[in-house]
Design a protein around this ligand. Structure first.
Ligand SMILES: Nc1nc2c(ncn2[C@@H]2O[C@H](COP(=O)(O)OP(=O)(O)O)[C@@H](O)[C@H]2O)c(=O)[nH]1
Ligand SMILES: [Mg+2]
Length: 387
């Protein structure tokens, strides 16, 4: 144990020793993590705390799944090109927004907890269907099992992206702090990039690490982490400078990385302007923030556009030689290649692929001939040629 820890840390550690339930243990460990001095000498300690937190998170999830009606969960079947969850405190206007943006049939009432389970709706924008899912009643302690918290958070974990809805008639910073804390507790990393470490498990041959010079920390620690995860043979490629903590995060299967925006609602309410400015000051760098008033219908088009961009979808038009592009376009994930499109169109197209001609933003001239690996952009037209 490092000798230079603070009194606060020692108090948190005492709390941890006395904790009985998983939520108590998690709260105490979070305090330990927050109060431990951040320097090289405490790195291993911090890693230990995080690992323990991750274990407890998994245990809690298991416990909750067993408790509630024999593993009852709120999974929402994905439909459309992407699934985005609308998340926020009760009464911030999620249902109102869902009604305005989609075909969903929703209850709206001026008291909290109207909505009790996730409600999906389809948003149509630029020829693409995007599924929006209202996730109700996220409150402080949700990730520790309050309400149906862990089940609701698992809906968020499974979504493609997150739209956080805050109420500008109330303190938005408090809302953000609590929501972000619950995300962190649930292992959801928001607007952070997953460290570029590739781990390819092998049946034998031991541990091979490419790009070792990128690791800032002791190799023995890495080997210990791998042993703990029972990875004995793997080819590991470290593609950018990483810390031991980054490494531990990538190994931690309870973590997910999600992109998020903030929709700041009730822009018509008194005090909303000041609250919006506070929100931008605190979170404007990390999040795209769209102010809106569902009530007076202000900025709804911008919200649609922002949700569309958040979904990370591109539209690809396909065509046959000598014909016009087919309508509607195929929605694809950003970064998709010509081969990905070929697979979507027909198995045979992918199997017998020769080359493609592409018109649009991803090529230098119209009708350019490209290979299977060519990465497409929004609005591109693709003509696939097969053997
Ligand atoms: N002033 C104001 N009230 C709103 C706005 N949007 C929704 N509300 C009201 O806020 C309350 C809660 O809305 P609801 O959509 O049920 O919130 P949810 O609990 O987040 O789903 C209702 O009384 C709505 O009429 C808005 O833009 N401005
Ligand atoms: Mg609602």
């Amino acid at each position: 144990m490092p000798t230079n820890v603070t009194a606060e840390y020692l108090a948190a550690e005492e709390e941890y020793r006395n904790a009985r339930t998983i939520p108590e243990k998690i709260r105490a460990l979070e305090k330990m993590y927050a109060t431990v001095p951040k320097h090289k000498g405490t790195e291993k300690l911090r890693l230990q705390i995080k690992r323990k937190l991750s274990e407890l998170r998994k245990e809690l999830e298991k416990q909750q799944a067993q408790k509630k009606g024999g593993g009852y969960s709120f999974s929402v079947r994905k439909e459309g090109a992407a699934q985005i969850v609308l998340v926020g405190f009760p009464n911030v206007g999620k249902s109102s927004l869902l009604t305005k943006l989609t075909n969903a049939d929703v209850d709206i009432a001026n008291y909290p907890f109207t909505t009790v389970e996730p409600i999906p709706g389809m948003m149509h924008h630029k020829d693409v269907q995007i599924q929006l899912v209202e996730v109700p009643g996220l409150v402080e302690g949700a990730a520790l099992g309050k309400g149906m918290g862990t089940q609701l958070l698992s809906v968020i974990r499974n979504a493609d992206a997150i739209a956080i809805v805050v109420d500008l008639s109330e303190n938005p910073l408090r809302q953000m702090e609590i929501l972000l804390k619950e995300f962190e507790r649930a292992g959801i990393k928001v607007n952070k990039r997953k460290p570029k470490i590739e781990i390819k498990r092998m049946p034998s041959g031991g541990i091979i690490i490419n790009g070792q010079e990128n690791i800032k920390g002791e190799l023995s620690e890495i080997m210990r982490m791998l042993r703990e995860e029972r990875i004995h043979s793997a080819e590991i490629t470290v593609k950018e400078p990483v810390t031991l903590e980054d490494f531990s995060d990538v190994l931690d299967e309870s973590l997910v990385w999600k992109r998020a925006i903030i929709i700041a609602n009730k822009g018509d309410a008194p005090g909303s302007r000041e609250n919006y400015e506070r929100l931008v000051k605190a979170y404007g760098e990390k999040f795209r923030i769209i102010p809106v008033s569902v009530k007076i219908g202000a900025n709804l088009e911008r919200v649609k556009e922002a949700l569309y961009e958040l979904a990370g979808i591109i539209r690809v038009f396909t065509k046959s030689p000598g014909e016009e592009p087919a309508y509607p376009p195929i929605p694809m994930k950003k970064g998709s290649t010509v081969l990905d499109v070929a697979k979507k169109v027909h198995k045979e197209f992918a199997k017998n692929f020769r080359y493609a001609r592409v018109w649009g933003r991803s090529v230098k001239f119209p009708g350019q001939r490209v290979g299977a690996d060519h990465v497409l952009e929004d609005g591109d037209i693709v003509e696939i040629h097969i053997r």
